[in-house]
Every structure is written in C-alpha cells, then in structure tokens.
Design a protein around this ligand. Structure first.
Ligand code: KG4
Ligand code: ZN
Length: 338
C-alpha cells in the first residue's frame, strides 16, 4: 500500500499552523497562536502577517520533528490559499510554493472553509465520519454558513450570514461586557454557570436559510447600557447569566435555521465545523438533537474545530488522491467561493 505523507500549512488569519498526516492519520498538529492581537481587541492584519513570518519556519520544523519524519519523507504540501487576510495568506502560500519547488513534490491548494468541513474525515479510531450527502454548519470568526456537502469537494452554500459571523457575534458581545479578545471562549466559560433564560434577547427575522447577527449585538449593547445606568455593577454581578442568555439566543438562531435546512433538503446528517463549534452549548445542543429530532450529528474533536493545519492536510490528502494538483502560478486569494 501507498505511504502518503502530507504537510499542511495554515496561515489565513492569526494562527500559524502546520501538521503532518500519514495516510489520513495525524502524526503532528502544531499551532502557534498570536497573542499580540489581544491588546487591540481584534486581529491587526499587518501584525498578523509579520508574526506569521516569524513563526512559520519554527512551526513547520516542530511539526516535522513531532511527526518523527524529515522533509525528504514528504509526499506533497497542502496550503491554505484562502479565504483570509491577504498578508497572512501570502506567507503560507509563498512558503508552501518554495518548499514544494525545493523538494520537487506536488503542491495542493486548499480552501480554508472546505477544510473546516473536511476535518471530519481525519482518521481517528473513535471518531465517526459523516456519509455523503450531509449538511455542514460552518461557524467561525469570519463565516456562518449552512453547506450541503455532496462529496469531498462538492459543496453548496444553501444559507449564510448577511452581516456578522457567529464568532463575531460572540466576540463583539464579549467586548461589550469588557472581556478580552477573542471573547467567544470566555462567553462559553461563564455561560456554563449562568441561567440561559435570565435575559431574553430578540431573534432576528431573516428569510430562508440566511442568518443575521448584527441586530443581536445592537440589542445587547442597548440592554447593557441601560442596565449600567441603573446599576454600575450590573455586568460584574450578572456576568454568568448575561453570557448564558447571549449564548442561548445564538444557539436558538442556529438551531431554527438548521431545522429549516433539514426540512428543506431531507438530509438529517449534520456536521459542525469552524472555531465556534468548540462552543460547549452548541456541542451539547447538537448531541441532544440526535434523540430529539432523530438527526445524526457529527461534532469534531476539539483541536480540529478552531484554525489548524490538520484540516488543511486532510483536504490535501483527498486532493492528492484525485491528483488535483496546484501549479506554481497559484496565488493567495482573500475571497474564494465554496
Ligand atoms: O475558525 P476560527 O478559529 O477562525 C476563523 O476562521 O474565524 O474561529 C475563531 C472564532 C472566534 O470568533 C472565537 O471567539 C470563536 O471562534 N470561538 C468560540 C469558542 N471557541 C472559539 N466561540 C464561542 N465559544 C467557544 N468555545
Ligand atoms: Zn477558520
């Protein structure tokens, strides 16, 4: 049998990541998270690009060394072509191209959003894989989509956000509460001890399978401002209940559309992908949906939810198998369709 070693490189936003897969199985998965952005309350593109330049060589080195292989063992190199921040994408793209040229091995260009979904196909002994067709709910800092997945690279967006992404809704709400960036994981943490019904927030009315989150952010802002006028300690005293209520509202919005998508497509297999699928409330709700709605739900291992290179490598693995190689003229692309 064939021995396929794929190096995956991810640099689309603020994480520099590299991973090595052997026949679809993880040998190493390294992520260098850029702390620099925290004090700015969001990712600063120019700083991200510079940090990628500093991190990329050590991160790839570490991935190869943890995998216990040398660069000469590699079969092909997969990299994130987009979507993402141009300056960040360029670092990974240029590096991947140079390495593939230097080692004289194939280059595989990967769509970051497809990769989030394909993370479900990383070989894991106790990890069930979805069958085609399935619906993927991709929820990250930049995207909120419902995708009909018919095959590894046959994906159709059937619903998406008209404004903010779910991750932004979490992060902007967290910012209103004075929590540091990225606030999503902190909202999740406090929500676990709060009452999800403490403060009802309105759900937006949006047609079809599309989403909108900017109104929610505004209503949270107004609500908090009003409460603070009456009680300057409102946030401190009610942080857990506020977070639980925000998270509950966001989950409700997502579930309403998922139910609609299932009804519309007749597909009852649901996979979640993207950074926000690390959220404990969303994971719990989807697990419960198996019994409640007879869905089959797929929840990725925690380390494959937020940005990582293992997902880029597994996407590369399938592209390699179908001999769908990139050429040296390939360029980074800030916006790419599914
Ligand atoms: O997929 P990702 O790592 O990067 C993008 O491609 O955007 O997603 C990052 C987003 C951030 O908005 C972050 O706050 C959110 O995922 N996030 C969470 C949780 N963990 C990460 N949001 C809510 N609950 C979490 N546990
Ligand atoms: Zn992502």
């Amino acid at each position: 049998s064939q021995n396929i070693y794929i190096l995956g490189i991810e640099s689309s936003c603020d994480d520099t990541a590299a991973a090595v897969l052997h026949n679809g199985r993880i040998l190493s998965n390294v992520v260098a998270t850029q702390e620099i952005h925290q004090k700015y309350g969001g990712v600063v593109p120019e700083l991200a690009s510079r940090a990628h330049q500093q991190n990329i060589v050590p991160v790839i080195h570490e991935a190869l060394s943890r995998a216990g292989i040398s660069k000469n063992d590699l079969t092909a190199i997969a990299f994130t072509r987009g979507p993402g921040l141009m300056g960040s994408l360029l670092v990974g793209t240029s590096f991947a191209k140079s390495l593939s040229l230097g080692l004289n091995i194939p280059l595989l260009d990967i769509n970051h959003m497809q990769a989030h979904i394909l993370a479900h196909f990383i070989e894991e002994p106790e990890f069930k894989k979805p069958d085609f067709p399935f619906l993927a709910l991709t929820i990250s800092g930049g995207h909120t989509q419902i995708v009909k997945v018919s095959d590894y690279f046959q994906m159709e967006v059937i619903g998406e956000t008209l404004d903010d992404a779910v991750g932004e809704a979490f992060d902007k709400s967290a910012k209103i509460l004075g929590l540091p960036y990225p606030g999503g994981p902190l909202v999740d943490k406090y929500a676990q001890k709060g009452d999800p019904k403490a403060f009802p927030f309105p759900k937006p009315k949006v047609e079809g399978l599309n989403f909108s989150f900017s109104g929610l952010k505004t209503s949270i802002l107004y609500f908090i401002q009003k409460q603070l006028k009456e009680d300057p300690k409102f946030i401190d005293d009610h942080l857990e209940d506020i977070c639980a209520s925000i998270q509950h509202t966001i989950i409700g919005i997502l579930m309403d559309k998922l139910k609609k998508a299932v009804k519309q497509t007749g597909i009852k297999q649901i996979a979640i992908a993207g950074g926000v699928s690390a959220n404990s409330g969303i994971r719990q709700t989807l697990r419960e949906a198996e019994g409640k709605y007879q869905w089959k739900t797929y929840i990725p291992k925690f380390e494959y939810t937020t940005d990582n290179a293992a997902m880029i490598a597994i996407a590369g693995h399938f592209k390699f198998l179908s001999e769908d190689f990139a050429h040296m003229g390939t360029t980074a692309k800030a916006r790419i369709k599914m």
